[in-house]
Each structure stands twice: as structure tokens, then as C-alpha cells.
Design a protein. Structure first.
Length: 252
């Protein structure tokens, strides 16, 4: 019964994550609810063993229909991976507890800004090109990759927001780029969790297959409905993140 429940949650997480990020909002709580006595690191590692496949397949699906700026994003993906490793290492030395209370405030600011700028992310007009774009994407990869390794909640949404706000991507193209960067970050985290022995491999295959199925459906809907649909999902996911992180920080 637990496997059925978590497999369904993984499919739903893959669907949401492929559009705008935030799949961890669904799968991680499901794993904690199904296996409450398990070491958290093991559940985090098992979550990554599924989500990395969903984000990878979403990136592949998007790349067939959307032009990906590989020259700017592949180096940024490498930076993201290294930064995620660094953040994961640092969290073994320093508690990220201070971020728990700060995160809801940051997310509220992101949501309010997005709602006020109704045209933001509706049109794709990249602000930078060449080395300037490479520097910008690598900076985003460095900051958010480190955050993902050190703490994590809302990583995909932060990638999307910064790509839209700073680089002037539309929400669809920002989601595509975010998938590539998030895949790199997930790979780094999965390697670390595997090295530490914190992955349930007997669950990895069914969860990964479900995550990929949900991811392919979400990617198809995002491509079909465009930037406006992705923007709406972004607002919905950030709102859910605000509720979840506020509860974790102030009520639990």
C-alpha cells in the first residue's frame, strides 16, 4: 500500500515539476507520511533517485520542440552541479535552520512581484547574449545550485523566477532552462546520497518510472498551452510553497 501511494505521488510530482518545478512539495511529504520512522536522509536520497529521471526526460522532451541555448546553459549546469556538491558538504557542518524562517518571506516577495508584473515572462526576449548570458546563467547556477545542496525547497521555482526576471526569458523557455540546471543539481545530490548509502534502490525504479510518466504528460501540456499556462502553474506552486514553508517554519 505504501509503494502504491508513493508511486502515485511520484507521478504527480513529475507532472508538476516538469512544468515549473516544485515536485518535492508532493513526493517528499508522501515519503515521510508513508515511512515516518525512516532516516530523513534516506527519504531525501530516494526522492532524488526518482526526480532526477523526471527532470532529465523533461529536458529531453523540451529540447525537441524548444531551442535551448546550450552554449550558455551547459557550462551553467556544470557550475550548478559543483555548487550543489558544495552546499551538500556545508550542510554537514552548519545547520540551515536560519533559512527555514527566511524562505517564506522570500517566496512571498517572489509571488507579489510576479502578480504585480502581469506581463513578466509572457514574451521571450533574452536580455543577454554570448559571454554576458553565460555569466548570468552561471551565476544563477552557482547561487541556486548551492541553495539546493544546502537546503532545497523551491529550487525549481527560484531557477524559473531568476531566468524570467534577470534574463527576460518567457516562462516556457525559463522552465526548459530550469529543467537542465535542476537535472545537474539533482545528479550532484544523488551521487552524494548514494555515496553515503541513503538511497532505497528497491523503490527507485517504480518511483522513477512514475515520475517520468508524469513528467512527459506535464511537458506535453506546457508545450501545448505555452508561457501563460506555465506562469499560472508557477503562481500556484509558489503559493503552495509559501503555505508549506510557513507551516514548517512557524507552526510545526
Amino acid at each position: 500500500m505504501e509503494l502504491f501511494f508513493t508511486t502515485f505521488a511520484s507521478a504527480l510530482a513529475g507532472f508538476v515539476d516538469s512544468i515549473v518545478g516544485g515536485g518535492g512539495l508532493i513526493l517528499l511529504p508522501a515519503l515521510f507520511a508513508a515511512y515516518p520512522t525512516t532516516t530523513p536522509a534516506t527519504l531525501f536520497g530516494t526522492n532524488k533517485s526518482a526526480s532526477v529521471w523526471g527532470t532529465a526526460f523533461a529536458t529531453w522532451q523540451y529540447s525537441r520542440r524548444i531551442h535551448i541555448r546550450w552554449s550558455a546553459l551547459l557550462p551553467a549546469a556544470a557550475v550548478t552541479m559543483a555548487a550543489s556538491f558544495l552546499g551538500a558538504w556545508l550542510v554537514t557542518l552548519v545547520s540551515p535552520e536560519f533559512l527555514r524562517r527566511l524562505l517564506p518571506v522570500v517566496l512571498v516577495a517572489v509571488l507579489v512581484y510576479t502578480l504585480m508584473r502581469k506581463d513578466m515572462g509572457r514574451h521571450h526576449a533574452p536580455r543577454f547574449h554570448g559571454r554576458a548570458e553565460l555569466l548570468a546563467t552561471s551565476t544563477i547556477g552557482l547561487v541556486i545550485g548551492f541553495y539546493d545542496g544546502f537546503f532545497g525547497p523551491g529550487t525549481g521555482s527560484f531557477f524559473v523566477f531568476l531566468l524570467v526576471r534577470w534574463l527576460s526569458y518567457d516562462f516556457l523557455n525559463a522552465s526548459v532552462a530550469a529543467k537542465l540546471l535542476n537535472t545537474a543539481s539533482n545528479i550532484a545530490a544523488l551521487v552524494l546520497f548514494t555515496y553515503k548509502g541513503h538511497v532505497w534502490w528497491h523503490m527507485a525504479l517504480p518511483l522513477a518510472m512514475a515520475n517520468v510518466a508524469g513528467s512527459l504528460l506535464g511537458t506535453r501540456m506546457a508545450l501545448q498551452h505555452g508561457a501563460g499556462f506555465v506562469r499560472g502553474m508557477f503562481i500556484l506552486v509558489v503559493s503552495a510553497l509559501i503555505c508549506k514553508t510557513s507551516y514548517d517554519a512557524f507552526l510545526r
